[in-house]
Design a protein around this ligand. Structure first.
Ligand code: EPU
Length: 308
């Protein structure tokens, strides 16, 4: 099956595109096509035409919570990185409407420039608004669901649906928007003093960089925390820090990060994850559920995937 002509004519299309460079971990094979909408109309067009042509697709933002198989994926990938506008909501005072491809880093910095407080706790989290909305990305003090008031979705037929939401709709890394095509999200902020906003940004980033391998290639935390516990501590106590399979390594800095120590393959990551799960089960009896998404075919020893 081929990509509909209208998409080739209207959108940026990359044929046989390597997905590894589009992810923060940097592993994985190709997608048959990566299409890159630059405006909301182009995203709507892509969803509608792919659906009408019976071509399944996956949504890709910053690729920061993702392991792509070495064999790549058979689906079309819609990459939102060029839809990154952030602007005043218009009707809601002190609210910002953020397109799906806007990075959280940009959101934090735009809010700071506008003297708006409320998203400082998202600093240092790699990701886009679309991905963050779908997985309720967050840090110690804040997850994006805490400040979202509205999400705009694209339905398979191209219809646009605006969904109001509150913090109660979200849980620990869970979101009612998982699997949806997010067009944009509205975050409600409040006026703040520049110095105070900056100080909170600095504190949050300082705490993260003291304990996490922020400059290494990784997919962030690999496992969810068990209720009341810490996967990082369990992996550390099981003696896995620094453990390496091929180019994949359990970060010596924070045990819940698997880093690409150089030319890692997706299968190295998979084998290391299985090894860590086995070691933690043996040491403490805990089953570590995955936090990251896995795309494409992995063999039947694929690690246990976490509940959504
Ligand atoms: N710990 C160890 N060894 C390690 C790592 C951690 O003993 O190698 C201990 C720490 O000393 C601490 C406890 O485990 O006592 C918890 O560790 P930390 O404070 O680093 O937080 P975390 O629970 O591991 C969570 C999120 C992170 C988020 C941080 C800070 C999850 C799975 N992880 O980490 O999110 O950045 O809090 O807010 O929810 C992510 O989701 O990708 C992510 C990185």
């Amino acid at each position: 099956m081929d990509l509909p002509d209208v998409l080739r004519d209207e959108l940026l299309v990359h044929e046989g595109a390597a997905l590894g460079p589009l992810t923060t971990l940097g592993v994985g094979g190709e997608a048959p096509w990566v299409v890159e909408p630059r405006r909301r109309e182009e995203l709507i067009l892509a969803v509608r035409e792919l659906h009408a042509a019976g071509l399944p697709f996956r949504m890709l933002g910053h690729g920061s919570n993702l392991v792509v198989s070495d064999a790549g994926v058979p689906e079309v990938v819609i990459h939102t990185r060029s839809m990154k506008n952030i602007y005043h909501h218009g009707e809601q005072e002190h609210a910002l409407r953020c397109e799906a491809g806007a990075t959280l880093a940009r959101l934090v910095s735009v809010a700071y420039d506008m003297r708006l407080s409320g998203v400082e706790g998202l600093i240092g989290i790699p990701g886009t608004v679309g991905g963050a909305v779908a997985g309720n990305a967050g840090g110690r003090e804040l997850a994006i669901g805490d400040v979202l008031t509205e999400v705009t979705l694209v339905e398979p037929d191209g219809a646009v649906r605006v969904v109001p939401c509150t913090a109660e709709d979200f849980g620990y890394r869970t979101s009612p928007f998982r699997g949806a095509v997010v067009l944009d999200g509205v975050v409600q902020l409040r006026p703040g003093e520049r110095d105070a906003i900056f100080a909170r940004m600095k504190d949050t980033l300082g705490a993260k960089s003291a304990t996490q391998p922020l400059s290494a290639a990784s997919a962030g935390c690999m496992f969810r925390n068990p209720p009341g516990g810490s996967s990082g501590r369990l992996i550390d106590e099981a003696g896995c820090k620094g453990l390496q399979v091929g180019g994949a390594q359990v970060s010596p800095r924070h045990a819940n990060f698997i880093v690409n120590a150089g030319a890692a393959a997706a299968d190295d990551v998979r084998r290391l994850v299985v090894e860590v799960q086995r070691a933690v089960r043996a040491a403490s009896g805990h089953d570590l559920p995955l936090e990251v998404e896995w795309w494409g075919p992995f063999d039947d020893r694929t690690p246990v995937v976490g509940a959504p």
